[in-house]
Design a protein. Sequence first.
Length: 276
Amino acid sequence: MNKYVKLLVAAALCVTTLAVFGCGNSPKPGAVDNSKPVKVGVNPGPHAIIMDNVKKLAEKQGLKIEVVEFSDFVTPNTALAQGEIWANCYQHEPFLKATLKKEPKFDLVKAFNTALFPINIYSKKIKPGQQIPDGAKIGIPNDPTNGGRSLLLLANNGLIKVKDSKNISTTIQDITENPHHFKIIELEAAAIPRSLDDLDCAAINTTYAMNAGLDPAKDPIVKEKADSLYVNIVAVRKDTLKDPRLEQFRKIYQSKENAQFIKEKFPGSVYIGWKE
């Protein structure tokens, strides 16, 4: 009977301990559970393809990654801020800063650089090497950062002039000279590839260009250079900066193996965004 009572007491103590600390192999305060995957949000296309490779490399080092795809530019930051994902990998820093201006409650920060996905000018009517005709209808993304990026691309190639050719917040109102009388048309970034038939040319992000069957290495009539300010990043919540898995994730993403994968998979289309 005494043994029975002792067993009941021991069981009760274990249940109590489990509720507070976990019975047996309890994690230390601040420790992470490596048995569960970290969720990383990406856009379909090259972002997802590269992250799938990172996922394979990470598995060999004991880090599990679940890749979550989002079809737009807005939801991944909302999902990150709400804790639905651990990190996202689809945007450049100017876009993140613009988001934080709109959503100051989002406690998001840059973790590290990934790759440069150029925004280029494409056309179904103008071939590479040909000039954009006077009066051409040129589509650009309607979000502030990629719209400004597109205008700077035009300005840096001598097609228009703007107040400040390094100001990432440039808008249509900042155009000071338009000698070719281009008609700049703002459209949702994801819709621009479908609108090419109605435009003379358009600025299209690499992700949407590739999803539309365009080749960023061969098809653009105007190319963004590799030294662009718009290198993409991994963004996380500020408290995630203390997570030891983040440094492991960075090392894997910026590894020689992943850099080689990017160069071989997207030659001339995607550029390495960190110092090798």
